[in-house]
Ligand binder design. Structure first.
Ligand code: NDP
Length: 343
């Protein structure tokens, strides 16, 4: 049998574990003669904030992005992940191959023709890195910082959700590049980690600040040059108020708005105009041209010990609902993923 996670109902507010259920289906691990499907055993599956936007009763986005395609109650929920091929009707894959691609939140995935799957070489690194630092989180941090943020040495960078999967890598890439970096995160433990282990110049707990604008003024008396936005809303407003002339805002995500339909950032637009701030959303998937550069730079940093990837891995498909709901309560430190089959 194959267990998979689905939603019982659309999820329009902060997700609760009771919104999810585990279903079991009979799954033969042998393919029908002539089938060109690929059956893979999931090893690590990724748990990502953006998935909440696909679980809502209607998409809040008019975007044609496949990242916005709705998931209907009862459907399997797809996510990026690492797997091993169990059976393949596709001549490009054979039993035993290690693959990354779009999997299901479950024990196994049946990948249909046209599904996203590719073989990879772990290059001596843990397999879980493929969903974190060497996967989409890493590419997001790298592309957002370097392509959208366009840093210069010595510039001042602020990153929110800084202990998260994307955020902790943004801060480390920016430090390695020669920027001054401050991060915000939701607990004392996270703040200590950013400063003492990950080399951030400074960090603060946003939950302890009553005036975010004043807090950022304290941490950036000379202003912010790049804001890497993972959270949106009040933090985005406060960052824009503290940006320097020709500052750049790389809008990666707005997690604080995902679970609250009424929450929106309303930055002072005259600041944006007079300070000529460049404000750009981006999707990591649009920056695959950077992939080789991103992988070779990141592998070098990993081998020299210059970058430290944080992972937060829970065991078993049954832990997916709590892992996912935890993202919206700051439950994770670094990349949240599931070890689906006791790797
Ligand atoms: P994280 O590992 O950062 O997990 C989410 C974290 O966000 C939590 O740990 C929590 O940390 C913080 N958070 C949750 N709710 C709030 C809130 N209301 N206000 C402030 N912080 C909150 O996830 P990812 O690194 O995977 O994703 C980070 C962001 O990047 C998300 O917005 C996501 O949608 C976006 N993203 C965008 C991509 C793109 O291509 N554009 C690709 C991948 C991710 P804390 O304790 O600090 O509150």
């Amino acid at each position: 049998t194959n267990r998979f996670i689905t939603i019982k109902n659309p999820v329009d507010a902060a997700p609760r574990e009771s919104d999810f259920e585990t279903k079991a289906e009979a799954l033969s691990l042998k393919l029908e003669p002539g089938s060109i499907d690929i059956i893979v055993k999931n090893l690590y599956v990724s748990i990502d904030p953006y998935q909440i936007n696909r679980l809502k009763s209607h998409s809040s986005s008019q975007s044609a992005s496949s990242f916005a395609v709705r998931i209907i109650p009862g459907d399997t929920i797809d996510a990026s992940g690492v797997a091993r091929v169990v059976a393949s009707g596709n001549p490009e894959f054979e039993k035993g191959d290690l693959v990354v691609g779009l999997l299901a939140w479950g024990d196994y995935t049946v990948v249909k023709p046209g599904g996203m799957l590719r073989k990879f070489d772990p290059m001596g690194f843990p397999l879980s890195y493929q969903v974190g630092i060497l996967g989409f989180s890493g590419l997001t941090a790298y592309a957002g910082l370097f392509e959208i943020g366009k840093p210069k040495k010595g510039e001042k960078v602020f990153v929110s959700a800084a202990s998260g999967s994307v955020g902790h890598l943004v801060g480390q890439y920016a430090k390695l590049f020669g920027c001054y970096v401050v991060g915000s995160a939701g607990s004392k433990e996270k703040v200590t980690l950013l400063k003492d282990k990950l080399g951030f110049d400074d960090a603060f707990n946003y939950k302890e600040e009553t005036d975010l604008k004043a807090a950022l003024k304290r941490y950036f008396p000379d202003g912010i040059d790049i804001y890497f936005d993972n959270v949106g809303a009040e933090m985005q407003e406060a960052a824009i108020a503290n940006m320097n002339t020709y500052g750049r805002v790389a809008v990666c995500g707005v997690i604080s708005e995902y679970t609250d339909g009424k929450k929106r950032a309303a930055p002072e637009m005259l600041d944006v105009i007079y300070k000529r701030i460049k404000f750009q959303g981006f999707l990591a998937a649009d920056h695959l041209n950077l992939y080789q550069d991103f992988i070779s730079t990141t592998c070098n940093h990993l081998r020299s010990g210059a970058i430290y990837p944080l992972e937060d891995i829970s065991d078993g498909v049954e832990s997916i609902p709590s892992a996912f709901t935890g993202l919206f309560q700051g439950g994770n430190i670094g990349k949240k993923a599931i070890d689906a089959n006791g790797v």
